[in-house]
Ligand binder design. Structure first.
Ligand SMILES: *[C@@H]1O[C@H](CO)[C@@H](O)[C@H](O)[C@H]1NC(C)=O
Ligand SMILES: *[C@@H]1O[C@H](CO)[C@@H](O)[C@H](O)[C@H]1NC(C)=O
Length: 519
C-alpha cells in the first residue's frame, strides 16, 4: 500500500506514478466534472457541432459529414453520464452534511498537506529545506528521503507520520476538532530532530496556504517580518484563521531562536507551488543567534510570482529557519466554530488530544482486526497499523476501488460505501467507468500524458465484485436502491464486453496479449 503514495519518476512502466485526487473532489468540482463528463445535451456544444457538421457537408459532401457525425455521436456517448439518479445524493458531501470528512490529508502526493473536499479547495502544506540539500515538498523518486509514511491515521481526525531525510527526522501530526458549520478546526505539530553526530545543518520549514481560483487570504504580520497568521475566507470553508505559533524546544520549553521570512505571491496553479517557492529563494538572509556566528541561508523574498504565468490564486508562506531539535505548531480555526472552542488546540492541549486519539486508534485497531488477541507481536502490529494508515492517508487514490475497499470496509464501512457510490457515479451511458482517474492540475502534473487518456475498451478489473460482496449485505436500503440501477448497468457492460470464448466465461481485456509483463 505504501507504494500507492507513489513518488514521481521510476524506471519502468509499472513504476509510473498514479496520483489521483479522491473521487469526490472530481465529482464536486464543476470544472473537472465537465472534463470528465460533459453535461447531457450541452446546448452550445451541440449547436457548434451541428454547424461544423453542416459546413463539412457543404465542403466535403454528404458521405464525409455522415462519417463525422457518426464519430462524434460515438465519442459523445462515451462522455455521456448514465441517466440513473446519482448514487451520491446531491448536497451530501459538503461541510454541513458531512463535516467529519471535509478537511483531510487529501493531497497524498505531498509529504504533508491538507485540503477540503470542495471545488477549487484551499490547500495547506509543508515544505522543508536542509541548507545544502534540496527543497522537499512533493514526494519524488530518489530525492534522498529514505523513508516516509503514516504510522497511524484514522482516515478522519488524526494521523502521525514519520519522515527520514538525510539525517533529519520529521514527525508530522494532525488532529481535527469538530465545531461550527465548516468542518471545524485542526492543529498540526511538526517535530524535527537530527540523527547522528556533528553540527546540525540549518533547517527551514515552510508552512503555506494557497487558494485555487476562489477565496482570499490576508497576511497578519508581526514586526513586519514574521507571518504570524493568515486570515482567510473561501467558498464552503467560510472564514478561517491559520496561526503559525513560534517554535519551541523539543520538550515544549521556551521560544526557540529562529529567523523568519514570508512570501506572498500569485499562483498560476497548485501544480506550480514547488517551482514558485524555489524561484523565490535568495541566499541573502542571515541567521544570527545571540553570541554565535552569523550564517547566510536561502530565504524566500518579498512578493514573488512566476513571470508570464497569470495567477489563478494566492500563496502565503511562512518560513521558519532554525537549528533542530524543535517543535512547531500550526492551528486552523474556523470562524463558525468560535462558540464551540474551549481555547486553542496547541501546546499541552494538543499533546493531550494527540495522546487521546492515538489510544483510540490502538483500541479500534485491535477491536477491528484482533491482531494482539491472535498473538501478533508489537512490531507486527505496528507494521499492520502503518499499512492501514498508509491506505487511509493516501485516500486520494481510491478511485480505483476493489482490494482497497475490502480493507477500508472493515475499518470504516460508511466511508467505503461513500467511496463506492462516488465511483459508480462515474458510469457512462454504456455502463463503462474509466479505469484510472487523474483529476485536477496537481495530479495531472505528475502523470505522463499518455496515461491520462482512458480507453473505453479497457475495463476495470472486476475486483469491485469483492468489495460489493463485503459492503452490500449490511448497507441501508435507500443506499442499495440508489446503487442498483448503476450496478446493473455496470454488470451488463462487463457481461457484454468482457465475455470469454465459452458461454459464461469471462476474459479481462485490460492488457493486450503481446504486452510483456513488466515484473
Ligand atoms: C516583535 O517585537 C516585539 C517588541 O519589539 C518583541 O518583543 C518580539 O520578540 C518581536 N517578535 C519577533 C518575532 O521578532
Ligand atoms: C450475460 O451474458 C450472457 C451471454 O451473452 C446472457 O445470456 C445473459 O443474459 C447476460 N446476463 C445479464 C444479466 O445480462
Amino acid at each position: 500500500m505504501a507504494g500507492e503514495r507513489r513518488r514521481r519518476g521510476g524506471d519502468g512502466p509499472r513504476e509510473r506514478p498514479r496520483e489521483r485526487l479522491r473521487d469526490r473532489d472530481r465529482d464536486r468540482d464543476p470544472k473537472l466534472r465537465q472534463q470528465q463528463k460533459p453535461p447531457r445535451g450541452s446546448g452550445r456544444g451541440r449547436t457548434a457541432l451541428a454547424l461544423t457538421a453542416a459546413a463539412a457537408a457543404l465542403a466535403l459532401g454528404l458521405a464525409a459529414a455522415v462519417a463525422e457525425w457518426k464519430r462524434w455521436s460515438e465519442a459523445s456517448r462515451l462522455v455521456t453520464p448514465h441517466p440513473a439518479p446519482p448514487a451520491v445524493p446531491p448536497g451530501s458531501t459538503g461541510p454541513l452534511a458531512s463535516p467529519a470528512y471535509f478537511w483531510g490529508t487529501y493531497r497524498p502526493h505531498v509529504y504533508f498537506g491538507m485540503k477540503t473536499r470542495s471545488p477549487r479547495a484551499v490547500v495547506t502544506g509543508l515544505m522543508w529545506l536542509q541548507h545544502g540539500s534540496n527543497l522537499r515538498h512533493a514526494s519524488e523518486q530518489n530525492d534522498g528521503v529514505s523513508r516516509y509514511g503514516w504510522l497511524m491515521h484514522d482516515g478522519e481526525n488524526f494521523g502521525v507520520q514519520e519522515i527520514r531525510d538525510e539525517g533529519l527526522v520529521l514527525r508530522t501530526e494532525f488532529v481535527k476538532q469538530p465545531g461550527g458549520d465548516h468542518g471545524g478546526d485542526w492543529s498540526w505539530r511538526v517535530t524535527v530532530k537530527t540523527e547522528g553526530k556533528g553540527p546540525a545543518p540549518l533547517l527551514s520549514l515552510f508552512f503555506y496556504v494557497a487558494t485555487d481560483g476562489q477565496g482570499t487570504l490576508r497576511p497578519v504580520l508581526e514586526n513586519g517580518t514574521r507571518l504570524a497568521a493568515v486570515a482567510g475566507t473561501a467558498e464552503e470553508l467560510g472564514d478561517f484563521t491559520l496561526t503559525f505559533l513560534p517554535p519551541t524546544g523539543e520538550g515544549g520549553e521556551g521560544p526557540k531562536y529562529a529567523s523568519y521570512n514570508f512570501l506572498a505571491a500569485g499562483v498560476p496553479g497548485l501544480h506550480r507551488l514547488t517551482d514558485l517557492v524555489r524561484q523565490s529563494l535568495r541566499e541573502s538572509s542571515v541567521f544570527s543567534p545571540p553570541g554565535r556566528p552569523r550564517r547566510r541561508f536561502f530565504g524566500v523574498s518579498g512578493a514573488g510570482g512566476l513571470p508570464g504565468e497569470p495567477p489563478r490564486g494566492q500563496l502565503l508562506l511562512h518560513q521558519v529557519t532554525l537549528e533542530p531539535p524543535a517543535v512547531l505548531e500550526v492551528t486552523l480555526e474556523s470562524g463558525s466554530a468560535a462558540g464551540a472552542r474551549r481555547g486553542r488546540l496547541a501546546g499541552p492541549a494538543l499533546s493531550a488530544a494527540l495522546a487521546r486519539h492515538a489510544a483510540a486508534f490502538e483500541r479500534r485497531f485491535e477491536d477491528t482486526f484482533g491482531l494482539e488477541a491472535r498473538g501478533a507481536s508489537l512490531p507486527q502490529r505496528r507494521f499492520a497499523q502503518a499499512a492501514l494508515s498508509e491506505m487511509l492517508g493516501g485516500i486520494g487514490f481510491l478511485p480505483r476501488p476493489g482490494f482497497h475497499l475490502l480493507l477500508l470496509g472493515r475499518w470504516d464501512p460508511a466511508l467505503a460505501r461513500d467511496i463506492l457510490a462516488h465511483w459508480l457515479d462515474l458510469l457512462n451511458a454504456d455502463g463503462w467507468i474509466p479505469r484510472e482517474q487523474i483529476l485536477g492540475e496537481e495530479a495531472r502534473a505528475r502523470v505522463p500524458a499518455e496515461f491520462v487518456l482512458q480507453h473505453s475498451e479497457t475495463a476495470n478489473p472486476p475486483t469491485l465484485l469483492l468489495a460489493l460482496e463485503r459492503l452490500l449485505p449490511d448497507a441501508p436500503l435507500p443506499y442499495l436502491r440508489r446503487l442498483f440501477p448503476r450496478l446493473r448497468a455496470w454488470f451488463e457492460w462487463l457481461n457484454r464486453t468482457q465475455a470469454g470464448p465459452e458461454p459464461f466465461t469471462f476474459r479481462w481485456r485490460g492488457r493486450d496479449p503481446p504486452t510483456p509483463s513488466a515484473s
